[in-house]
Design a protein. Structure first.
Lengths: 183, 273
């Protein structure tokens, strides 16, 4: 009997997933599928690729649920990180870059070097669809780190700003997100 | 350690954004384990990213769930789909005549293997039983939870109803001598809303149903039939029709679906407002 109104907390969901039933899968798919798909689509733009990655992500969650350790963090974050890592790996794999469908962070550097305004630069990596009100320079930082897998050092070199500034800008970016979502 | 400065440096934000190297991550995790205020801050950052990623939710392609489910069945470690085929090691026949100890060794190995099989088989059965009983428990917990949710919902409704200060309680007593029966109407006259509880009425016979009436200037007015799941339960049913005036309420037993006027000898309970 399908019941769409039941909401499990993370602890219950972990138990349910360990059961490996169709019901567990349906719940996982319904509750987390759209967000995982959205996150993956932020990393790899090609729809078919994103769907392939999503399938891999479900397989990983399904087969590694025993490894999930609640003391180390939330289930939600764990799943999102699996999705991010899988799609960033895909992005880095040669084949995907060759397809030319993935806009790389390098685009932004080139654009910035050519003296383009940040707003225009952010358009090239599809940032305009992000949260309304988030400053463009914060969106760039979040995108490079969270969706493209860049380290602090790589971001510093890419945007040509000091390492310390990258970190404080991350702090400001998250602060602004907090304000946006607390209102 | 100056945790305030540590937080303001943005290192925790960088951690959640996944921009740290493995060494840096380990360092952050160690600090977070040591200072609770760092942990609190980390959770706040996590909340912000959780809210943010939730806005990215994208509709999944139709039927994609079945495709993934099939993939899960194939890729499941228990399904054997990903099991690699065992390596085939070419067997070089040995033409030397086997000696007696070789037979003995083969025999010993065979006995050992059989014993091990028996132990493993037994163990796997135990695991299976455990798994089944766990599944059973989870199923039960789930249905208990659903039932509790329904009960809670009912209480919530009752609470809202009771909180209405204009709510009048009218107890209807038996009008059938020798048959002690009772039912209750809760009536909010100004709102025109009424609820009925038939806890004290027996279940109606096959093909029959209780019907509620309100007496307005001596005439019974139909207030609708009462669900047959209601008698002998403390549940309340909202009266379908609006009641704005009346001097008494009554319940009669009618044929299923109700009658336009009450069958007088079948009026079971009645109560004055």
């Amino acid at each position: 009997m399908p019941n769409t109104s039941v909401i499990y907390n993370e602890e219950e969901l972990v138990l349910l997933l360990k059961q490996q039933s169709r019901e567990a899968f349906n719940y996982l798919y319904r509750q987390y599928g759209p967000v995982l798909y959205g996150v993956i689509s932020k990393v790899v733009y090609d729809e078919q690729t994103a769907q392939d990655v999503l399938q891999d992500v479900f397989v990983k969650i399904w087969n590694n649920i025993e490894q999930y350790d609640a003391r180390k963090g939330r289930l939600y974050t764990w799943m999102i990180n699996i999705a991010r890592n899988a799609s960033i790996d895909k992005l880095r794999s040669k084949g995907e870059i060759m397809k030319g469908k993935i806009h790389q962070g390098e685009d932004i550097v080139n654009n910035l070097q050519q003296g383009m305004r940040t707003e225009q630069a952010t358009d090239t990596i599809g940032l305009q669809k992000m949260v309304a009100g988030l400053k463009p320079e914060y969106e760039v930082i979040i995108t490079l780190a969270y969706f493209k897998g860049y380290t602090l050092d790589e971001i510093s070199k890419t945007l040509e700003i000091p390492l310390g500034t990258v970190k404080t800008r991350m702090r400001s970016a998250i602060k602004q997100l907090r304000e946006i979502f607390n209102n | 350690m100056d945790t305030r400065a540590y937080i303001e440096s943005g290192i925790l934000d960088a951690y959640i954004l996944g921009a740290l190297t493995k060494e840096e991550r380990t360092q952050v995790e160690a600090n977070v384990a040591m200072y609770p205020e760092l942990r609190t801050e980390l959770l706040e950052i996590e909340n912000a990213m959780q809210a943010f990623t939730a806005t990215l939710a994208k509709e999944l392609p139709v039927g994609f769930d079945n495709k993934i489910w099939a993939a899960l069945q194939y890729a499941s470690p228990n399904a054997g789909g990903t099991q690699t085929t065992p390596k085939v090691i070419p067997f070089t026949p040995d033409y030397r005549k086997p000696v007696r100890w070789q037979y003995a060794a083969v025999g010993a190995l065979l006995v050992g293997s059989l014993a091990l099989n028996a132990i493993l088989w037994n163990k796997s059965n135990n695991e299976k039983e455990k798994q089944e009983s766990l599944n059973y428990k989870i199923d039960h917990l789930q249905s208990d939870q659903k039932q509790l949710a329904a009960v809670l919902d009912e209480y919530q409704k009752n609470k809202l109803m009771m909180a209405d200060t204009g709510m009048q309680t009218i107890v209807m007593h038996t009008v059938q001598p020798g048959h002690p029966m009772a039912a209750t109407v809760y009536w909010s006259k100004n709102k025109g809303e009424a609820y009925v509880s038939v806890d004290g009425l027996p279940a109606p016979p096959q093909g029959m149903q209780y019907q509620l009436w309100v007496m307005q200037d001596g005439k019974p007015v139909d207030m609708g039939v009462i669900s047959n799941t209601m008698p002998s339960t403390p549940a309340m049913q909202k009266v379908a029709m609006s009641v704005t005036s009346g001097q008494a309420f009554a319940i009669s037993l009618e044929k299923e679906g109700g009658s336009p006027t009450p069958t007088m000898q079948n009026i079971y309970v009645m109560g004055k407002v």
